[in-house]
Design a protein around this ligand. Structure first.
Ligand code: SF4
Ligand code: SF4
Length: 263
C-alpha cells in the first residue's frame, strides 16, 4: 500500500461555506417554519386509509345469513405469526337440520390474536371460500391483552337488512357449490318458515320475510366500520394517562359498530 494523504471526494467549501457551516443545519428549521402544518387531529378527525389497506379481519356471510367460514383451518396454517386459532365442527350436530354454514363443517371457534398479527394478508389469500377478508378498520387498541384476542362474534360480518340469522337450513335444492358460485342471493321462504318455527322471536325474521314476499330488495352484505366504541375506550385510557389532553370524546359520535363493537 502506498502512503497517500486522504483526499475527500466531496468538493471543499469556499470561505463563505466554511463561515456558515456551523449554523447550516438551522436552514432546515427555518424552511420548515413556513411550510403548512401536517399534524393529524386524530381521533377527532379520522383519515380514511386507502381502499386496499389491510386492517381488521372480517368473517363474511352469504346473502341468506349463513356464514362463509367452513372451519378448514387453512388460514391458521398460512399465518406466519401463529395469530389465528380455529376449531371446526359438523353442521350435522346442530339440531333439526340447521346449518351455520353451507356444507358439512362450520367454524365453531375462531380467534385472531391482534398482538401477534402483522397484517400481512396471507390468511385471506389462503381462505378457499372468501370467508375471511380484511377491512379498512385500523382502530385496534384494546384495554388489556385478553381484549386483543378477537373472538368469532367480534369478527363476523354484521347481518345486513333482509338477512336471516343462522342457524337455519341451506336454501332448498342447493349444495355448497351453489353458495360458492354466488347463486344464493337472498333467504328463501322455507328458511324463513324454519326460523319462524324454531325462533319465532328472532329479530331478523321480519326483514327476511319482506325480502321473500318481494317487499324489500335482496340483502347487500355489510362491512365492519371504524369502531366508535373502541376509539372512545382508547381515548379514555389515553386521557387518564395524559391528564385529559387527548381528543374530546367526539369519536363516540361515529356510533357503535354494527355488531355492537368491542370496547
Ligand atoms: S394478516 Fe398475516 S399475521 Fe395477521 S392473521 Fe393473517 S396471516 Fe396471520
Ligand atoms: S376463514 Fe377461510 S381458511 Fe379460515 S377456517 Fe374459515 S374457511 Fe377456512
Amino acid at each position: 500500500m502506498t502512503d497517500q494523504p486522504y483526499e475527500p471526494l466531496r468538493p471543499k467549501k469556499g470561505p463563505l461555506g466554511e463561515l456558515f457551516a456551523p449554523v447550516a443545519g438551522f436552514g432546515v428549521t427555518f424552511s420548515s417554519m413556513f411550510r403548512p402544518t401536517v399534524t393529524e387531529q386524530y381521533p377527532r378527525t379520522k383519515t380514511p386509509p386507502q381502499r386496499r389497506y389491510h386492517g381488521r379481519h372480517q368473517l363474511n356471510r352469504y346473502a341468506d345469513g349463513l356464514e362463509k367460514c367452513i372451519g378448514c383451518e387453512l388460514c391458521a396454517w398460512a399465518c406466519p405469526a401463529d395469530a389465528i386459532y380455529v376449531e371446526g365442527a359438523d353442521n350435522a350436530d346442530l339440531p333439526d337440520g340447521g346449518h351455520l354454514s353451507p356444507g358439512e363443517r362450520y367454524g365453531r371457534v375462531y380467534q385472531i390474536n391482534y398482538l401477534r398479527c402483522i397484517f400481512c394478508g396471507l390468511c385471506i389469500e389462503a381462505c378457499p371460500t372468501r370467508a375471511l377478508t380484511m377491512t379498512n378498520d385500523y382502530e385496534l387498541a384494546g384495554p388489556d391483552r385478553a381484549g386483543m384476542i378477537y373472538e368469532k362474534t367480534d369478527l363476523l360480518a354484521p347481518l345486513a337488512e333482509g338477512m336471516l340469522a343462522a342457524p337455519h337450513p341451506m336454501a332448498e335444492g342447493t349444495t355448497d357449490t351453489e353458495y360458492y358460485r354466488g347463486e344464493v342471493t337472498a333467504p328463501t321462504g322455507a328458511q324463513v318458515a324454519w326460523v319462524g318455527e324454531h325462533r319465532p322471536d328472532d329479530p331478523t325474521l321480519d326483514g327476511a320475510r319482506r325480502v321473500v314476499e318481494g317487499d324489500a330488495p335482496p340483502p347487500t352484505p355489510r362491512r365492519h366500520r371504524l369502531r366508535g366504541s373502541a376509539t372512545k375506550a382508547a381515548v379514555a385510557t389515553l386521557e387518564a394517562s395524559t391528564g385529559g389532553h387527548v381528543g374530546d370524546g367526539s369519536a363516540a359520535a361515529a356510533g357503535p359498530a354494527p355488531d355492537g363493537g368491542r370496547a
